[in-house]
Write a new protein. Structure first.
Lengths: 162, 112
């Protein structure tokens, strides 16, 4: 776990995509949350949501491969916490509805927990693309010949008022 | 997380402490599976000293509950406030049998 950027209201953590580092990071952020908000329940709510979001990244974005990077960006201002979880793995194409599955189902409770524990959350995919447009003498070409996605980031933003 | 096993007559008692999260789930799942298969259909999972739990741990508890049901056994959970909080949030308290302390849970088995 690496703290890469820090100020009085913001911090960025980099962790590997494995369950042990998630646990460690979440414990650290729980302590920070208690310090910032003075509210143990709020800190547990944030930790519940954060753990589920990070578990999803490990499981779905990186398919349990443990050597990928996850960035956790923390910002608190006034009475508002904003946490971004950033990965470069497989993107979601649908943000699942926060509903509880049947009791018999062992999985599928993560988004319900996230939804219940934060005030707002949203997901976005940011693609960095490269476009090519070849021009020959005298030609006018207002269309791009190729568009390549060079890299992307999946960003889940969690917002909690305190 | 630390997992200890006790035997009270024919009751298997699993005492968990610390964080019970995704990193620990495979180990606990496998151990519970073996104990349920080899046991007498009476199990208590004592999580009074568990400091945090996530949905992957809930999945392990559901798996154990279903395995115990399939052999007509009985699983009782003992929970800490933070464990109880997530179990209630996910409505699992409507299905699981939960008691506040280990002596309470042992008492239930001794009545039968």
């Amino acid at each position: 776990m690496l703290v890469t950027d820090q100020s009085s209201t913001a911090m960025t953590l980099k962790i590997s995509s494995n369950a042990k580092e998630i646990s460690l990071a979440c414990e650290a952020l729980h302590a920070l949350c208690v310090y910032v908000t003075g509210n143990e329940k709020c800190a547990f709510d944030v930790q519940y949501a954060l753990v589920e979001a990070l578990n999803n990244v490990v499981e779905h974005a990186y398919g349990y491969q443990s050597d990928h990077e996850i960035i956790i960006s923390w910002l608190h201002q006034d009475n508002r916490l904003q946490i971004e979880i950033i990965d470069n793995g497989r993107s979601l194409t649908v943000l699942p509805k926060p509903v509880l599955p049947d009791f018999e189902a062992e999985n599928g409770r993560g988004w319900w927990i996230i939804s219940a524990c934060v005030d707002e959350y949203y997901y976005k995919v940011v693609e960095n693309i490269e476009r090519e447009c070849a021009l020959r003498p005298g030609e006018k070409n207002d269309k791009f010949d190729t568009t390549l996605v060079k890299s992307h980031q999946n960003i889940l933003t969690l917002i909690k008022q305190f | 997380m630390v997992m200890n096993e006790q035997k009270h007559d024919d009751i298997d008692v699993i005492v968990l402490s610390g964080r019970f999260v995704m990193a620990d789930s495979p180990e606990v799942r496998e151990r519970l599976k073996v104990l349920i298969e080899e046991g007498h259909g009476k199990m208590i999972i004592d999580m009074e000293k568990v400091s945090f739990i996530d949905s992957s741990a809930c999945a392990v508890l559901i798996s154990a509950f279903k395995s115990m049901q399939s052999k007509s056994g009985r699983l009782i959970l003992v929970t800490s406030p933070i464990v109880q909080s997530l179990i209630e949030l996910t409505r699992l308290h409507t299905i699981f049998e939960i008691l506040p302390t280990l002596p309470d849970a042992l008492g239930v088995f001794s009545l039968n």
